[in-house]
Design a protein around this ligand. Structure first.
Ligand SMILES: NC(=O)c1ccc[n+]([C@@H]2O[C@H](COP(=O)([O-])OP(=O)(O)OC[C@H]3O[C@@H](n4cnc5c(N)ncnc54)[C@H](OP(=O)(O)O)[C@@H]3O)[C@@H](O)[C@H]2O)c1
Length: 297
């Protein structure tokens, strides 16, 4: 069993270290607040002297990119010739910059994104995405498999795991935003959440099919308005905003959606399906090509 260091013992770092201990690895742990290592040391882990720990493989899992560099920059030379797997959630640009930093110090680098919560770690439902050089991933694979579930190597670009992570969390947080907004609006109209939920569940149930269909349309570059159109959505959003405003409920997110719909109509896409919006969102407003010749509002 390969020795592993886990640097960072927040809830996720502790779950990672515990799973590796259960799998039989000699585990060395480090945390800025040293006392958080106590329970793991009781379970058989060794306490590291520095954030670099020891052994060929170091897994780092801290609150953010700045914390990773605060912990590891001072010990970069101790990591030379070893493999660093960074499971801290960061942006793709930060992941690429940390990979470059690792390259300058002769550290084998993999970036990762943990997509499931702490109780999943070590079990069948864990999902961790990785990106970075194949020759670094392959030797680390048996240890990473002991974190449980599905480990997926997305490609050699170290920013890929973070790119999937931010795109998936973007979907998640926008859905959560819609969920809490709808509950607030219902409440303001005297409808309890528990009364609304049975009707809201099928609304959420439509989303997986829409996601697949929109994804296909983006691939094809075709956005037929056969099921519903951008023009129809733009009309429909007005009375939701009016009701929210009447109850003094924030309309910032809806206003953003309305603005996007308007932009799409101004650019001549009113008869298209909603998947067109993902294309428009990716373009700068001033780069859009309006079919009627007037600049988008
Ligand atoms: N928890 C989950 O369910 C979950 C799920 C998926 C992904 N993740 C990701 O996993 C990562 C870790 O999350 P977490 O839940 O374990 O806890 P967290 O609260 O995000 O991070 C806590 C850890 O960061 C350390 N830290 C903060 N600032 C530091 C600094 N300046 N220098 C050194 N260490 C610093 C803390 O040390 P101290 O103890 O000394 O404060 C602690 O070890 C995050 O990127 C998170 O997004 C978590």
């Amino acid at each position: 069993m390969e020795p592993v260091t886990v640097t960072g013992l927040g809830p996720m770092g502790r779950a990672l270290a515990a799973a590796l201990l259960r799998a039989g690895h000699p585990v060395t742990v480090w945390n800025r607040t040293a006392a958080k290592a106590d329970a793991l040391v009781d379970q058989g882990a060794s306490r590291a002297v520095t954030a670099a720990g020891e052994g060929p493989l170091v897994i780092v899992c801290l609150i953010d990119d700045a914390a990773v560099h605060a912990a590891l920059d001072p010990v970069a030379e101790d990591l030379r010739g070893r493999t660093l797997v960074n499971l801290t959630s960061t942006s793709p640009a930060q992941a690429r910059a940390t990979a470059a930093w690792a390259g300058r110090h002769g550290i084998g680098y993999l970036d990762g994104a943990i997509m499931t919560p702490t109780p999943s770690i070590g079990g069948p439902s864990a999902l961790v995405l990785y990106s970075g050089p194949e020759e670094v991933y392959e030797p680390a694979r048996p240890v990473l498999a002991d974190l449980g579930g599905t480990a997926t190597h997305l490609g050699t670009d170290p920013g890929l795991a973070a790119a999937y992570d931010v795109a998936l969390l973007d979907i998640f947080w926008n859905a959560v935003g819609g969920l809490v907004h709808g509950l607030a609006l219902a409440r303001a109209e005297g409808i309890s959440g528990t009364r609304l939920a049975p009707y809201a569940t099928p609304v959420f149930g439509m989303l997986p099919e829409m996601l697949t269909r929109f994804a296909e349309r983006l691939e094809e570059g075709r956005h037929p308005g056969d099921r519903s159109t951008i023009a129809s959505a733009a009309a429909g959003i007005e009375h939701i905003m009016e009701t929210a405003r009447a109850h003094d409920i924030d309309t910032g997110a809806l206003a953003g959606s309305r603005e996007l719909l308007r932009r799409a109509i101004d650019a001549g896409h009113g008869a298209d399906g909603l998947s067109r919006l993902a294309e428009l969102l990716g373009e700068r407003a001033d780069a859009m090509i309006p079919v009627n010749g007037s600049p988008p509002r």
